[in-house]
Design a binder for this molecule. Structure first.
Ligand SMILES: Cc1cc2nc3c(=O)[nH]c(=O)nc-3n(C[C@H](O)[C@H](O)[C@H](O)COP(=O)(O)OP(=O)(O)OC[C@H]3O[C@@H](n4cnc5c(N)ncnc54)[C@H](O)[C@@H]3O)c2cc1C
Length: 463
């Protein structure tokens, strides 16, 4: 029998005042603990450390450094590229950091670094408040926020980072610091879009917006109507009021309720709406597109925002094969419209498709250099989605997504939303941060000169 301690054994004997869980490959529960949202990625960490306190996080960072083990940080585990885990290294898992506290009078909410967005919605909605976030409620707060965060409220209230007031972080050297406009402002600038490159975020404080019910849901048209609809949509969106959000999408109608049986598995184009306003405002806003062609389905109604934020959780649950790519888009020329239609007529599975998320409106009120998130002048963040439950479909999904992305990329603004990227190389990371990359590299050198936090869309420390 080997006398050399495994990382899990070493951690058990060395991390004396550690309060969290330590899970190694020989422990029951290891496979559940290492599973990621994207089943295409099958990583086997040497140690999963589910921390309970800031001191736990500092101890785990120090342990990984002392043993020269790569360190990944995991919140919701939703990252498409599987960057919340690492082979043969240490996962600092924050899923026990679940405290949420709403200060309704101040309009703020403090959120633990391991929370999911559905948990935040459940805490804020009873107060008629919401933090602008994404369209699936099982996504982690930390990964989404640190990359920027866009969703139904972006046009009205900006990106998630535009509503971030401060964050508590544990740095690579174990120090616990606050990043805000007043404290470590360079770090605060960097974490608003720069991902997990600078430290482990254990708590966020957000400004919460007053949002109660919204008018939301999907309208689907036949994919044959794409040319007319997308041409009308690209003109309509920039002039729509900020309280009106509609993301254009290509899908196959799922084969089950609430979708009418007559259109099950029909390939469609559509808009998913969210109007934070009156019924009349919603009708007025939707009318120009509803008049372009007869919809196959108009599934729109009034609902609490939290219901809209979780409406597609069932369609996109954990355990599917997942390969996606993204690009920022300023304009959609006719050639791009035709290419979008052609690729979606060849979707390899009913969970595949593409979304064009609006990131204009309030997201444009913030300057390119004001936060690390550089693309403040584009209209959409497009994602090309290859998803299927069948592991045998993995290569087909990847080929379709990459082929689709390659044809559309020349029409893009150059970079992609960092949270829609797979492992695509350093040039893509640079393109994503554009003019902000060099400043990010300087901040990285100041806070993580040894690149301890490198299992992410990595920013190399400036030398
Ligand atoms: C179904 C689905 C729908 C989505 N919809 C949207 C959407 O509407 N809008 C949107 O903006 N994005 C969306 N995303 C993308 C999402 O923002 C990213 O997948 C994000 O990385 C998920 O965060 P997480 O905490 O779950 O990820 P994880 O996999 O846990 O982590 C992702 C990355 O963040 C880092 N990280 C995680 N937690 C911390 C922390 N506490 N401190 C420091 N670094 C940390 C990790 O190192 C890793 O690099 C969606 C993703 C999926 C799968």
């Amino acid at each position: 029998m080997s006398t050399i301690a495994s990382p899990a054994q070493a951690a058990r004997s060395e991390l004396r005042s550690y309060a969290g869980e330590l899970i190694g490959p020989d422990d029951a529960g290891y496979d559940d603990a290492r599973a990621l949202f994207n089943a295409m990625i099958d990583k086997r960490p040497a140690l999963i450390a589910r921390c309970r306190t800031a001191d736990d996080v500092a101890a785990v960072i120090a342990f990984a450094r002392e043993h020269a083990l790569p360190l990944a940080v995991r919140a919701g585990g939703h990252n498409g590229g599987g960057l919340g885990s690492v082979d043969d290294g240490v996962v600092c898992d924050l899923s026990h950091l679940k405290d949420i506290s709403v200060d309704a009078a101040a309009g703020t909410v403090r959120v633990g670094g391991g929370c999911l967005w559905g948990e935040v919605d459940a805490a804020t909605q009873p107060h008629g408040l919401a933090v602008p976030a994404g369209i699936i409620s099982t996504t982690g707060v930390a990964g989404l926020t640190l990359g920027g965060g866009h969703g139904y409220l972006t046009r009205r209230y900006g990106l998630t980072i535009d509503n971030l007031l401060s964050a508590e972080l544990v740095l690579a050297d174990g120090r616990k610091v606050t990043a805000s406009a007043d404290e470590h402002p360079d770090l605060f600038w960097a974490i608003r879009g720069g991902g997990g490159n600078f430290g482990v975020a254990i708590e966020f404080t957000f400004r919460a917006q007053t949002v109660d019910t919204v008018v939301g849901g999907p309208t689907f048209w036949a994919i044959e109507d794409t040319e007319e609809l997308l041409a009308a949509y690209r003109e309509w969106l920039p002039s729509a009021p900020r309280n009106v959000m509609g993301f254009f999408n290509f899908h196959t109608v799922p084969p089950g309720p609430p979708f009418p049986e007559a259109i099950h598995l029909r390939k469609v184009c559509g808009v998913v709406w969210c109007v934070d306003g009156t019924d009349e405002e919603a009708e007025r806003a939707m009318a120009p597109l509803l008049g372009v062609a007869e919809p196959l389905m108009h599934g729109v109604g009034r609902m609490p925002l939290k219901d809209l934020n979780s409406a597609f959780d069932g369609l996109y649950g954990p355990g599917d094969q997942w390969y996606w790519r993204g690009d920022f888009v300023r304009e959609i020329p006719d050639q791009a419209i035709a290419a979008n239609r052609a690729w979606n007529e060849r979707m390899p599975g009913f969970k595949c498709g593409s979304h064009l998320y609006p990131i204009d409106g309030a997201a444009h009120d913030v300057g390119v250099g004001d936060t690390a998130f550089a693309y403040r002048d584009v209209t959409w963040s497009q994602v090309f989605i290859g998803v299927d439950p069948d592991p045998a479909a993995a290569d087909t999904l990847r080929d379709w997504t990459v082929g689709y992305w390659e044809e559309l990329h020349p029409h893009s603004a150059g970079g992609a939303y960092v949270n829609f990227m797979m492992d695509e190389g350093q040039e893509r990371v640079r393109a994503t941060y554009g003019p902000n990359y060099d400043r990010l590299a300087q901040v990285k050198a100041a806070y993580d000169p040894d690149n301890v936090f490198r299992v992410n869309q990595n920013i190399h420390p400036a030398s």
